[in-house]
Design a protein around this ligand. Structure first.
Ligand SMILES: O=C(O)CCC(=O)C(=O)O
Length: 280
């Protein structure tokens, strides 16, 4: 796993609560909702133009400018200024995941022709929230700053009634990882993460392949969401869902559904055009 913790910051819970209360009343974007299985959402705090309407991420070379929402969050601004090099920030977003939602396993940057150093500063979380990368599952703890290798297949989910909120910062891609997180405590005390997921069994596999009896255009997205969440609970690679989906559609024998499965795998894992949106 190349994703790793970079350090820990001491959060001021009172001031953080003030900004989280503002966010709770703010409008989150529906951009990238094709990546969401349930309520996985984000809002922009800094972007290229400083305009709230600029919601899509592109690779650019100028220091990110605070949006009106970003300007209204004094503590989060202070965290950005204290722990990152302002000139190297390209985007800052809040990503919130609500109960029983996740982002579909995917790879980033496929459409961008470049990369960022993507870091997460964890604002609000609990033990029922997890991130995943290929075969691995891990929990990012409150106050921790993590580098996330978003070019690998990954996902994140929340399975508690309390939503999870991360401050996600995209840093100029040429910056060395060692200089990305500033004024942080090193995290030598962090316990190694234990994978408590269940073993995957043939019985479990056959049960989901049984969706081939009922899959249709009408329930496709719901079945995709079920497949997308399984790796949070069973020891499988987070990208395995695309193989299962293709097999379900093959067994169904419907060419349109098979084509849709191939197209989902291409879009989320292999190749996307700039600005392309997936509908299914
Ligand atoms: O943790 C999340 O909500 C999203 C993780 C992710 O997909 C990313 O940061 O690229």
């Amino acid at each position: 796993m190349t994703t790793r913790i970079l350090g820990v910051v001491q959060l001021d819970q009172g001031r953080l609560a003030g900004d989280l209360a503002v966010l709770a009343k703010s409008t989150f974007s529906s951009e990238y909702s094709d990546f969401a299985c349930g309520r996985w959402e984000f809002c922009m705090l800094r972007n290229q133009s400083g305009k709230q309407e600029e919601q899509r991420v592109v690779v650019h070379k100028t220091p990110a400018v605070a949006t009106p929402l970003g300007q209204s969050l004094p503590y989060l601004n202070e965290l950005l200024e204290n722990h990152f090099d302002r000139d190297s920030i390209r985007y800052a977003r809040i990503i919130r995941i609500s109960e029983n939602a996740c982002i579909i396993p995917h790879r980033d940057y496929l459409e961008l022709g470049g990369k960022f150093v993507r870091v997460h500063l964890v604002l609000d979380t609990n033990e029922k929230c997890a991130n995943t990368e290929e075969n691995n599952i891990f929990h990012m703890g409150r106050g921790e700053i993590w580098f996330l290798d978003a070019s690998l297949t990954h996902s994140a989910g929340c399975f508690s009634a309390t939503p999870r909120s991360h401050l996600v910062v995209d840093i100029e891609g040429t910056r060395s990882l060692d200089e990305v997180a500033q004024n942080v405590k090193l995290s030598s005390a962090i316990n190694p993460q234990v994978d408590t997921r269940k073993e995957w069994t043939n019985k479990a596999l056959e049960s989901i392949l049984g969706f081939s009896e009922i899959i249709s255009e009408a329930n496709y997205r719901e079945i995709v969401a079920i497949l997308a969440k399984l790796h949070f609970f069973h020891k499988v690679h987070c990208g395995d869902m695309y193989g299962w989906l293709k097999e379900i559609c093959r067994r169904r024998g419907d060419p349109a559904l098979i084509e849709k499965a191939n197209s989902l795998e291409r879009f989320y894992l292999i190749d996307r055009a700039a600005g392309e949106v997936m509908t299914y």
